[in-house]
Design a binder for this molecule. Structure first.
Ligand code: ADP
Ligand code: MG
Length: 724
């Protein structure tokens, strides 16, 4: 008997992977950085000076794009792209599927007299018109109103995507309907950055700082799994759903904690190096790589950038991670919870606000004296408390439901960890309106004479907090590994814009009334702290006690996506996003429908895949084994040794009966018909399909440890996670 699983193990054992694909002695990594980007440097070299200046005004200061420069930019881009081997160009956009979309057009235009020229006009650079009808619109458009436009985003540079037979010039764009509604994730993100910039520059004026523009910055840390591709192909659930629907707990999981920061396996390290080299060429500033907590789990993190660029680069990182893996015989899995009972994957979203020269969340050495920092920090605290439900919603998905609150990722209750130094300062402020001192970290005594003395941070870290202050930025840790970070950042920017708007109003009023700024701040901050300190929590977010305490404090605990979804269309949500022109009510309703539909589709695909595997792989294996034991029992009986094997046979038969009845129940749950809106369908999927799927999994996982190993068809957790 040989299964695809055994085949996979044999193939992996004898595989010889080509790992030496790059030679950094010949070409240093720094010399490939950005070579495929139409960067500021390239623009400067290739654009007429006035055109370059106008374009930079838009990119750096957010000035409206000058309409007369498009042709010149397009011509320069085309020449550059052709020199770099491009044959096609594409507008890349981020529809609400969560992944990116692109349609390629050739540069080649026939002249009509038998030859051809390469063409690319300003019009083609600025605007594209993909048929929008096949992308989710959540009711924003009927299918007969298929017009959608892609609009060039000059603030994210175009780049070359290399491919074996000709490269493509890729132009980042926003995607809008004919009526101007956002059909994508980039448009609301850009709107939210504008909203925040307006409010923060206003507040900075009170501090005597006159800046044109404030940007938000993001550094997303990406977690992912790598398993051998032979295993991946032998698991229909991984291929169709991105996660395993079955799999018994392996004898060794992550309990020895020997994976985190462990030595990176050679094949994986080679893969990482190529991923980084590819991203370097695209100007993505990746910096850090390491093993993560779960077996076969890893992380890649870039240096932070402007949120819009960071988002585009994050999407590129996911693409390159996925695309490079097969070259090393690997499959890259970015699902939030590919394997039960070990850690899932997230994406820590490090976030701050910045002028051209100043990080506004940098506390400095004496934060208690840094009034401006304290004001911005208080504004963030107020925003996160006031809109905790929207922040929770921004990370809701069927996949992330397996992770949030599972004692590995932050709980679904949003709270803020400030660390002991800031907590102490805000406690002083609450009492007296100002703080007289900052706790010092002091020196870190190693107790070993040859080791240097290290400066110590004033506070420890807290792994369980969903929203933690980490030195000079906030880290939103509930984001899922497969998420487009545009969504969570759009929410963050908007809620902080509202909060800064509030703070600026209060301070402007007080100052106009003749108060000194310091006195005005001294009055406002204690009020904010009193009203919003319930969101501050420095303890163990996993503990039962915190869940009770959070409830007492009145903090929302939206456990699942189904609990969170209604927040999209709550009046306070609609009012907030309308006020700052980030989402219209129609755009929010469409997202409510799209998110609900995505939930239903995810659960249905999983349910159908589970039934398929159970019926065509597990049940046949179980029945074969039943026959085998039954024959042994009969043979034993004939030899006068009755009893041998009959207990095992009875147990097996009981599990096989349980298997067919749970398959039947899941089948029925999948057929369950619900009337109503997409959200009602999503609710029904959660109520009926999820429990039936879990019940089936229980039975299959039991069978996995009963059935003879030579008959078991699916690669096991022990194999997928540890054979590498
Ligand atoms: P870890 O949280 O694992 O200790 P680091 O502290 O090294 O990781 O930083 C994580 C991420 O935070 C990196 O991507 C880094 O660039 C980013 N980061 C640092 N400063 C800022 C900032 N001002 N704004 C946004 N992200 C930042
Ligand atoms: Mg981190």
């Amino acid at each position: 008997m040989s299964t695809l699983r055994h085949e996979a193990i044999r193939t992996i054992a004898s595989a010889k992977h080509v790992l030496n694909r790059l030679d950094f002695k010949k070409v240093h990594a720094k010399d490939i950085y950005g070579i495929n980007v139409f960067s500021e440097e390239v623009q400067k070299q290739r654009l007429p000076k006035p055109v370059f200046k106008k374009l930079q005004e838009t990119i750096k200061r957010g000035a409206p794009l000058a309409p007369d420069i498009a042709d010149a930019v397009a011509a320069a881009m085309k020449d550059w792209a052709l020199e770099r081997g491009a044959t096609h160009y594409t507008h890349i956009f981020q529809p609400m599927t969560g992944i990116t979309a692109e349609k390629h057009d050739s540069f080649v235009s026939p002249t009509g007299t038998g030859s051809a020229v390469a063409e690319f006009s300003g019009k083609e650079l600025i605007k594209g018109e993909p048929d929008a009808s096949s992308f989710p619109s959540g009711g924003l458009r009927a299918t007969f109103e298929a017009r959608g436009y892609t609009a060039w985003d000059p603030t994210s540079p175009a780049y070359i995507s290399e491919a074996p037979n000709g490269s493509t010039l890729v132009i980042p764009t926003a995607f809008l309907s004919w009526t101007g509604e956002a059909l994508d994730k980039k448009t609301p993100l850009l709107r939210s950055m504008d909203a925040l910039s307006v409010q923060v520059t206003r507040l900075l004026k009170l501090f005597g700082k006159d800046v044109d523009r404030v940007i938000t910055t993001v550094g997303p840390e990406q977690e992912y799994f790598l398993i051998d591709q032979n295993f991946y192909f032998a698991r229909p659930d991984l291929v169709s759903c991105g996660r395993t629907l079955f799999g018994a707990k392996p004898p060794k999981g992550q309990e020895l904690e020997d994976q985190y920061f462990g030595t990176i396996p050679e094949r994986v390290l080679a893969y990482m190096a190529e991923v980084e080299a590819e991203l370097f060429k695209l100007g993505v500033p990746v910096k850090t790589r390491h093993n993560e907590v779960a077996p076969s789990q890893y992380e890649i993190a870039p240096i932070f950038e402007n949120s819009n660029l960071a988002t585009d680069h994050q999407n590129l990182t996911l693409e390159v991670l996925r695309k490079t893996a097969p070259k090393y015989g690997l499959a890259c899995i970015v699902h939030e919870k590919p394997f039960a009972r070990i850690n899932g994957s997230g994406k820590h979203n490090n976030w701050s606000m910045s002028t051209e020269s100043e990080n506004l969340l940098e506390p400095g050495h004496t934060p208690h004296e840094n009034m401006q920092f304290l004001v911005f920090c208080a504004a963030v605290i107020r925003a996160v408390d006031k809109y905790a439900d929207i922040l929770r919603l921004s990370v809701a998905s069927a996949a992330n439901d397996h992770r949030l609150g599972a004692n590995e990722a932050p709980p679904a209750i949003i709270s803020i960890f400030l660390g002991s130094m800031l907590t102490d300062i805000f406690e002083q402020i609450e009492k007296s309106g100002s703080a007289g001192s900052s706790k010092k970290g002091g020196d870190f005594i190693t107790g070993v004479s040859v080791l240097p003395t290290l400066p110590k941070d004033a506070g420890d870290r807290n792994r369980t907090s969903p929203f933690a202050f980490t030195g000079n930025k906030f880290e939103f840790r509930a984001v899922g590994s497969s998420f487009n970070i545009a969504g969570p950042n759009t929410v963050l920017n908007t809620i902080v814009a509202e909060s800064v708007d509030f703070v600026a109003n209060e301070l402007e009023k007080a100052v106009k009334g003749g108060k000194k700024l310091e006195a005005a701040v001294g009055e406002l901050l204690p009020k904010i702290v009193k009203e919003h300190k319930r969101i501050l929590f420095d303890g163990d977010g996993y503990s039962e006690a915190w869940h009770k305490e959070a409830e007492k404090r009145g903090l929302p605990n939206l456990k699942t996506t189904i609990d969170a979804l209604p927040v999209v269309v709550k009046k306070s949500t609609i009012d907030l996003f309308a006020k700052y022109k980030v989402y219209t009510e129609g755009e929010l309703k469409s997202r409510y429908n799209i998110l609900s539909e995505a939930y239903v589709k995810t659960i249905s695909i999983e349910g159908r895949t589970a039934v398929l595997i159970a019926k065509t792989m597990i049940l046949p294996a179980a029945l074969r084994y039943q026959k085998e034991i039954a024959e042994s029992v009969a043979a034993a009986k004939a030899a006068g040794a009755s009893g041998a094997g009959s207990k095992e046979l009875a147990e097996l038969i009981a599990q096989i009966n349980a298997l067919s009845s749970t398959i039947e129940k899941l089948d029925k749950a999948l057929d369950h018909h619900t009337d109503g809106e997409p959200y009602d369908h999503a609710k029904a999927a959660q109520a009926h399909v999820l429990p039936a799927m879990n019940a089936l999994r229980d039975v299959v996982d039991k069978l996995e440890v009963i059935i003879a190993d030579d008959l078991w068809p699916l690669p096991t957790y022990r194999e997928m996670l540890f054979i590498r």
